[in-house]
Design a protein. Structure first.
Lengths: 565, 325
């Protein structure tokens, strides 16, 4: 199986969105606006754009065999220099692989360890060309690129550790290129250098001549910043590399590669994909996916049907949902599991589409088993006290997310926005520092908890106690614990106190100041029912003596609120 | 007994007439059933262990999971304190004397390839401090720890621990649970499961974390794994009591008490529909323990009543944030 994923490497990339994806559409929209503004600017001379980790200098097109950049500062650090031709979009003519040659001063960089060839090697990152000349020195760093052929150019790009943000957008240090000042010369046909454009000139002098540029430049920069936020963003979804041959590692040691193996699934499951190491990475993964989802492969449907069952009934027919092997537990009802697996792939009773999880969920929640009352009876308790056979639905505590979302829903403050940036409860930190939770309860956090950004080892101070797993490791099944810390968090946490107030306010608002009606509303919001007579008396007594919000606090903490059903 | 309000709902239910009869009835029925099955030879054999003895399984009432249980052996120890220092000073610089390191100082480790999975192999470095035999036992201890070296006869060392993992979180899981993967009970969880606690005012198993943050593997270091959830460690920071221990500043003590009373009534009414449900009763018990912790934890954490000599002997007089003061 390693061979199947040999082209996938730990890291980030821009996801390949389909043409209908909202982010891709947004990016096309913004790009067309940027192009329009650029057309206006082009009439008025050169300009510079700030793209965060890189800057782009646009200038009047010129046909030349070489370009020279003279820096005005003694220190420079760059991971890449790109020069773009006008013939094709984003055609980088300075890249070494296109036949261009880079020379300059200092050729080997600081201490001879930061050679200038890195400027055009096509690699972004920490491998840079770095110059550090004495401040008093009259010499300044410069770089020259000789193109493979004469070429018409109109844009260059300087960057610094451009892909740093792929890993870390929660750090204080954002990728950025220092504001280097430099002049650009182009090589004339007669072999002499022609000064062509410079940062000082486009940033100060041109605006004096064309004051109308200012507004256009500001608009371009605004669009660029919006694109970074609303367009496709890099995600930690692995990056692709050229696949290497895959070997059996003797005794598991990467230092002892033995026989070469082909990309395939496990033989025991008939996983031969008829592929060789010549197959492209995408082909390998596509063939593997076909094998996994083939209707003749019983495992996928069985595992998935079991997981759906697990999520609905609290325990799978195979209780070890992620281990159907020898170390896993045997199914309690193998025939039922296989029937569900078959139904999942080729629906007969549900009328749904094959592989439809929604149909499966509907099938299960409409089953007699699911519709059993949760209240116990003597006959059932005697025969099966743990309700393993589902003669009743045993009450189970709901997950952290359900508790938090339900409270927000009850107070009417749940922001139902789907997608977008996660909400963040912790600070933006220095590299290697610890995160601190800054705000786990304010209005900015009133979204579904699904959208809470989770960092390794960060306890949110309220809901992590409810078995919210640390996201650093795989967890097939969430434990359900009951601890005094949960009680303290739900009784005394700021979130609960504030939301109790909001629920009480909402109830009063919606019942014209009638306390009895308002109490009914609180029960409806939180428990989906009206209070029984005895409950009503007890709750009204507290509400009259103190405040309705305290009743809400008690209801949020009640077993009825925290347990399903 | 005259005041049923002092009992947990579960306890009250066991004592009311209907609850008593039904529970007693069911228990008798199950005893009778076991008797019949045994007589017919239908009961499964107890799992036999290597020693030939049956495993000892504590009888645990989910409503009172922390109640004290008998020890399995005669033991003088009353508490167990595990001090776990992930990322601490190296064993070869402190207590683990490895003379070969002196010989190989500055050389490539023999038998290892030039470049391994984790990059080029570095040179071996000898310990930064010299070792001397200490105490009557002559245990080798480095000069880094002269004071501990003086007490060395009172220590017990186990220099035989190894693991197959080189990653921090998995290594932490391994030492605290015996498995590199998550999902297995930690030391404290096993001890609490087996023995419960005699102190019903505080959690039986407490994890006092470094105030700068949890260890890499987080709560799994003191988790309950597959044991019931009540046996996981309750985490305090050395600097501060548990989150949200105190009632909200906006509420008076009286208001707080009345909310708790209302909650008790609501939960008791709800439990009547599910008599004997262990999960519901367990959650009610957790609220009762939380209430007791509100007074017992500040008491336990208050060192102002300790004598200067005690504080000095524990070395916590410095006021460092890492020393818990």
């Amino acid at each position: 199986m390693t061979g199947v994923f040999q082209d996938v490497e730990f890291g980030s990339r821009f996801p390949e969105f389909s043409s209908e994806h909202p982010r891709r559409k947004r990016s096309e929209e913004l790009w067309s606006k940027i192009s329009k503004q650029r057309r206006t600017l082009r009439e008025l001379g050169g300009w510079e754009e700030n793209w965060g980790a890189f800057r782009e200098l646009h200038f009047k097109a010129y046909t030349t065999k070489a370009i020279r950049i003279r820096f005005k500062t003694p220190s420079v650090g760059l991971d890449e220099l790109e020069v773009f031709g006008t013939a094709e979009r984003n055609q980088n003519v300075s890249r070494a692989s296109s036949g261009a040659k880079v020379t300059g001063f200092p050729e080997q960089g600081v201490d001879g360890r930061f050679p200038i060839v890195r400027l055009t090697d096509g690699e972004y990152g920490t491998m840079t060309w770095r110059a550090q000349l004495p401040k008093k020195s009259k010499e300044r760093p410069w770089a020259r690129v000789d193109f493979a052929d004469e070429v018409n150019i109109n844009r260059l790009r300087l960057s610094s550790n451009r892909e740093y943000f792929y890993d870390t957008d929660y750090l204080t240090k954002k990728p950025s290129l220092p504001n280097y000042d430099f002049d650009v010369d182009v090589l004339k046909k007669d072999g002499s250098w022609q000064p062509w454009v410079g940062t000082w000139f486009v940033k100060t002098q041109l605006d004096k001549k064309h004051p109308e540029r200012k507004a256009v430049l500001a608009e371009v920069q605004r669009l660029i910043n919006t694109l970074a936020e609303e367009g496709p963003r890099p995600s930690f979804v692995a990056r692709f590399v050229r696949p290497k041959p895959t070997h059996v590692l003797l005794r598991g040691s990467p230092e002892n590669p033995r026989d070469e193996v082909m990309p395939a699934g496990p033989v025991i499951f008939g996983g031969d994909l008829k592929l060789t190491t010549k197959a492209a990475g995408s082909k390998r993964r596509a063939e593997f996916a076909k094998w996994v989802s083939n209707v003749d492969n019983p495992l996928t449907a069985r595992v998935m049907a079991n997981r759906i069952w697990h999520h609905i009934f609290g325990s799978g027919i195979v209780p070890t949902t992620s281990d159907f092997g020898k170390a896993g537990a045997a199914p309690t009802h193998p025939e039922l599991l296989d029937w569900m697996a078959a139904e999942f792939v080729e629906p007969t009773v549900t009328q749904g589409k094959p592989w439809s999880m929604k149909s499966m969920i509907r099938l299960l929640v409409m089953s007699d088993a699911f519709r059993q009352a949760s209240t116990p009876n003597a006959k059932g308790t005697t025969k099966d006290a743990g309700s393993a056979l589902l003669w009743r639905f045993p009450p189970k505590r709901v997950e952290a997310e359900v508790i938090r979302d339900s409270i927000l829903q009850a107070s009417g403050s749940l922001n139902r926005l789907v997608g977008g940036r996660s909400y963040r409860i912790h600070n933006v930190k220095n590299t290697y520092a610890q995160w601190e939770v800054l705000d786990n309860h304010g209005p900015g956090t009133w979204r579904r908890m699904l959208y809470q950004e989770r960092m390794r080892r960060v306890d949110d101070g309220i809901f992590t106690a409810f078995d919210f797993p640390d996201c650093g490791q795989v967890r097939a099944k969430r434990p359900v614990s009951t601890t005094p810390l949960q009680a303290l968090n739900l009784m005394n946490g700021d979130f609960v106190i504030e939301q109790s107030n909001l629920i009480a306010e909402r109830a009063k608002r919606e019942s014209n100041g009638d306390l009895g009606l308002a109490l009914d509303r609180c029960f409806e919001y939180l428990l989906g029912r009206t209070p029984a007579a005895a409950e009503r008396d007890a709750c009204l007594a507290l509400a009259k003596e103190t405040d309705l919000s305290l009743v809400c606090r008690a209801l949020i903490n009640s077993n009825e609120f925290a347990f399903l059903p | 007994m005259n005041n049923p309000e002092r009992l947990s709902p579960n306890g009250r239910r066991l004592l009311d007439r209907r609850g008593f009869l039904s529970t007693a009835g069911l228990s008798t029925a199950s005893l009778a059933l076991a008797g019949i099955l045994d007589a017919d030879g239908l009961l499964a054999d107890e799992i036999r262990t290597v020693s030939g003895k049956s495993p000892i399984r504590p009888a645990i009432d989910p409503g009172r999971p922390y109640s004290s249980r008998k020890t399995h052996f005669e033991v003088p120890a009353k508490q167990v304190l595990v001090i776990y220092c992930p990322g601490a000073v190296s064993h070869v610089d402190t207590f683990d004397y490895k003379p070969a390191l002196m010989k190989l100082d500055g050389k490539k480790p023999p038998g290892l390839p030039e470049v391994t999975f984790e990059g080029p192999t570095g040179n071996i470095a000898k310990p930064f401090w010299d070792f001397k035999p200490r105490g009557e036992t002559g245990k080798m201890v480095s000069d880094l720890l002269p004071n501990l070296g003086g007490q060395i006869d009172d220590f017990c060392f186990l220099h035989a621990m190894t693991t197959d993992t080189s990653a921090h979180p998995q290594g932490e899981n391994f030492i605290n649970t015996g498995f590199t993967m998550e999902g297995f009970p930690s030391f404290g969880s096993w001890v609490t499961y087996a023995l419960g606690t005699e102190n019903q005012e505080l959690p039986a198993f407490v994890a006092i974390n470094d105030p700068r943050g949890l260890a890499r593997s987080g709560k799994n270091n003191f988790g309950n794994g597959f044991l019931p959830a009540a046996f996981q460690g309750t985490d305090f920071s050395a600097k501060s009591p548990p989150n949200n221990l105190n009632r909200p500043v906006t509420l008076s003590a009286d208001e707080d008490r009345k909310t708790v009373e209302l909650l008790k009534r609501l939960n008791a009414a709800h439990l009547e529909k599910y008599p004997g449900d262990a999960n519901l009763a367990g959650r009610i018990a957790s609220y009762e323990l939380a209430g007791r912790m509100q007074t017992s934890v500040p008491e336990a954490m208050d060192l102002s009543g300790e004598t200067a000599a005690t504080i000095k002997s524990y070395g916590v007089e410095g006021g460092s944030e890492l020393r818990g003061q």
